[in-house]
Design a protein. Structure first.
Length: 333
């Protein structure tokens, strides 16, 4: 069982062509992405007894995500996304983030969890952030922990506080993903890859086995104890970037699970992942993100869709290799 804990909300997307409402929230998107890739996953987050809350629950269930947390009496959180002409999204938020009584239910709710993912607003905004940290601490002895800070300066503007919170979760995590924008905001004036290298050392033997940095069109970069790797992002026609990082995160975790590296008992093997294995994970995750940016909204691929994209990439790569081999055999005069 995979568990995602964090915020679920409704994205009200404003474009020049009009306004649309979509279910979103970074952790919720990761849960949907994992489920569409064929993994049993539960989502622990709050949503209200209102129309938006009904749409959150329906969206999760449509992708077979389990919902152990019942709706509460607060309004469902809303994020307003303004999409510019290049497809980039700028957000404002109306949020309520708390999970009262969660700590007492953790032993039951997290029983059998082999991987727990969290991040974004859920790990920064009080009072719920303390409850999420308690869930991570509870799960750490048995489960792989993953974290994506997905910083929102418009919500948490105190960068010193955000940095302290992020480092708490990084030091307890096995897999960390951050965007170059996240790291540039958290550590101004510091090279983002140097910041990621430092994160790899946080927590000592209990800290990250892998830190990955997404860099938009430049493609992702990652580091493990065995080395560094990067992958050139596939060229796609961009509809918008909503949910791209979450699709990347879901596929990255899916790749780890597919390799049998989830669960605390596999931490040693995860830490020993060689650079070529890391690069394969980056490629897998990048192609998932490429599918998402090619269509509107946070709409991650199914496993069948991603398999098809990866098969096309494999065929293209083999054709390139064959062509280079033929050119090498042509005699020169």
């Amino acid at each position: 069982m995979l568990t995602v804990i964090g915020e679920g909300l409704v994205d009200v997307v404003q474009r020049s062509s009009g306004i649309e409402a979509h279910v979103g929230g970074s952790p919720l998107n990761v849960a949907v992405g994992l489920a569409r890739l064929g993994h049993p996953v539960q989502f622990i987050g709050r949503y209200g007894r209102d129309a938006y809350g009904d749409s959150v629950a329906a969206h999760l269930r449509a992708s077979s995500v389990m919902l152990p947390q019942a709706p509460d009496g607060l309004p469902t959180s809303v994020a307003t996304a303004l999409i510019d002409d290049d497809g980039a999204a700028t957000y404002t938020f109306d949020l309520a983030w708390e999970l009262p009584g969660l700590t007492e239910r953790l032993p039951f709710m997290l029983q059998g969890t082999t991987l727990l993912h969290t991040g974004s607003i859920a790990t920064m905004l009080a009072p719920g952030a303390a409850e999420v940290l308690a869930a991570v601490e509870h799960s750490h002895p048995a489960a792989t922990i993953s974290f994506d800070p997905n910083c929102r300066p418009s919500i948490i503007s105190d960068v010193d506080y955000a940095r302290r919170q992020a480092e708490k979760f990084v030091s307890l995590s096995d897999i960390v993903k951050a965007s170059d924008e996240d790291l540039a905001w958290l550590y101004p004036g510091v090279d983002v890859l140097d910041s990621a290298r430092r994160w790899l050392s946080l927590g000592g033997s209990e800290g990250p086995a892998m830190v990955v940095v997404t860099r938009g069109a430049e493609g992702p970069w990652g580091i493990t104890a065995a080395g560094e790797a990067e992958f050139t992002a596939p060229e796609v026609e961009v509809a918008d970037t909503v949910g791209a990082g979450d699709s990347f995160m879901a596929a990255l975790l899916s790749g780890v699970v597919d390799r049998g590296l989830d669960g605390a008992q596999n931490r040693k093997d995860l830490r020993a992942l060689p650079a070529e294995g890391l690069r394969a994970l980056l490629a897998h995750a990048s192609r998932a993100a490429g599918v998402t940016v090619s269509r509107a909204g946070a709409n991650p691929p199914t496993r069948a869709e991603l398999n098809r994209v990866e098969e096309e990439a494999r065929i293209e790569e083999q054709a390139r290799i064959d062509e280079e081999a033929e050119e090498a055999e042509v005699p020169t005069i």
